[in-house]
Design a protein around this ligand. Structure first.
Ligand code: GDP
Ligand code: IMO
Ligand code: MG
Length: 422
């Protein structure tokens, strides 16, 4: 029995989808534990990039069952569209997918009020998928869960109560006026019937997989620095993206987890607002953005680009209790003359990472630089294939974080990676 968590060690988009896809061969179950369709996890299927939003990235492994845990927020229409797209590509997603009865629903009013809330100086730069307001309803105990789709009377009455409050709170959200419990239920009726056979007890199922001595992989969405508690609040998402959220979000005990893998790019990106101390000036960022194709997989927004931030990465190693680190997109740095790293912040002792957004905004990096390797790495498949300067950079990251790098990714395709021990 083994249970591994894969978690983003930065601000999301570290390449978790690619890594989970690569790790899924031979894994009985892959489960998402938090977030929702704000996630965009890219995998390569038959040479084409496929972006997964709610479906776990284990879905391309033909014998792997995929689970959406209680900690995820599910937009039922988005889920159906995604599963049907996979089926159109010959992937039997529906046959291998289980959705927790206890996962909360994202409903049309969540997107409507988020759009209203994202206007003006308080904006977070969200993905616009209704995530924060769905989790708000969950915490306020007025949310609707997947299981409620099958109970029309409960659904309609509960939605009407929520809508009555939201209409007072967000008078500017005009589309709310047209919404009612009955209209939303009618809009979702066909989707509710479609989803019903997929609904199950994810906790029970994963316990059974583990009891049978098989492997479970828990796939994080977003990243450590977007975690609701441990991220750069308030510029965070509304769920526990760190490894501690994994058992909670699927209904396993914390002692079930026996391995935590963090994924970090060889540099850094961020989408949305919020502090980013190692962000590059525009021209340099534009060069990295083109080299790394750094555009949001969900929204298409250009990602903000920067150099690796050591205080942030060391912090991620600590709050997740990482056992190992996977470094992705090393190849993107192949043409740079100089690789820079923020190794500390001026005046901040012990290499600390302040997570309060206002405090972090004031942080100025202390830089170190490494000579670029100026050699293509995308064909490397063994550690010894890597240029010496690239190894020096990776080994320096290991020394400074104290965490072993177990794999390095050098391209988007599944096999474009180096196993350290191979
Ligand atoms: P996720 O949200 O963590 O799954 O990451 P995204 O899919 O949003 O963004 C990662 C992007 O980098 C995707 O376009 C991947 O196809 C791509 N990618 C992943 N690993 C590598 C790599 O090692 N090299 C290159 N060049 N691209 C990669
Ligand atoms: P994956 O799983 C990168 C960011 C948004 C915004 C903040 C809050 O692909 O790594 P939300 O819509 O969640 O309320 O937005 O979080 N964000 C992500 N950034 N990758 C993601 O997912 C993200 N999901 C949310 O840009 O700053
Ligand atoms: Mg992404």
């Amino acid at each position: 029995m083994s249970c591994t968590v894969v978690v983003g060690a930065q601000w999301g988009d570290e390449g978790k989808g690619k890594i989970v896809d690569a790790l899924s061969a031979g894994v009985a179950a892959v489960a998402r534990y938090q977030g929702g369709p704000n996630a965009g996890h890219s995998v390569i299927h038959q040479g084409q990039t496929l972006v997964l939003h709610l479906v776990p990235s284990g879905i391309l492994a033909p014998a792997t069952r995929c689970f959406i845990g209680n900690g995820v927020v599910v937009d039922p229409l988005a889920l159906r569209t995604e599963v049907e797209k996979l089926e159109s590509l010959g992937i039997d997603a529906r046959a291998r997918l289980v959705v927790s009865h206890a996962a909360h629903l994202i409903l049309p009013y969540h997107r409507a009020v988020e759009a209203a809330a994202e206007v003006g100086p308080g904006a977070i730069g969200t993905t616009g998928r209704g995530i924060g307001f769905a989790y708000r309803d969950k915490a306020a105990r007025v949310g609707l869960r997947v299981e409620h789709l099958a109970d029309r009377d409960h659904f309609v009455a509960a939605v009407d109560r929520v809508l009555a409050r939201l209409k007072l709170e967000f008078p500017e959200a005009e589309s709310l006026a047209r919404m009612s419990g009955a209209s939303i239920h009618a809009e979702l009726a066909a989707c509710a019937a479609w989803i019903a056979p997929l609904v199950g007890d994810v906790s029970h199922e994963l316990h059974a997989v583990l009891a049978a001595g098989k492997h479970v992989l828990l796939e994080g969405a977003q990243g450590t620095l977007l975690d609701l508690d441990h991220g750069t609040y308030p510029f965070v998402t509304s769920s526990p993206a760190t490894a501690a959220g994994a058992p909670l979000g699927v209904g396993l005990g914390p002692r079930t987890i026996d391995r935590v893998i963090g994924v970090s790019k060889a540099y850094a990106t961020r989408v949305g607002h919020g502090p980013f101390p190692s962000e590059m000036p525009d021209a340099e960022a534009a060069r990295l953005r083109e080299a790394g194709e750094e555009y949001g997989a969900t929204t298409g927004r250009p990602r903000r680009c920067g150099w690796l931030d050591l205080p942030a990465l060391a912090y991620a190693c600590r709050v997740n209790g990482l056992d190992e680190l996977i470094v992705t997109k090393l190849d993107v740095l192949d043409t740079f003359d100089e690789i820079r790293v923020a190794v500390a912040y001026e005046g901040v002792a012990d290499g600390r990472f302040p997570t309060d957004a206002a405090a972090l905004e004031r942080c100025r990096p202390v830089w170190e630089s490494f000579p670029g390797w100026k050699t293509p790495t995308s064909g490397a498949r063994r550690w010894r294939d890597l240029p010496v300067r690239a190894c020096t950079y990776l080994e320096w990251i290991e020394r400074r974080t104290g965490i072993r790098i177990s794999r390095v990714s050098v391209g988007a395709a599944r096999d474009a990676e180096i196993h350290r021990d191979a």
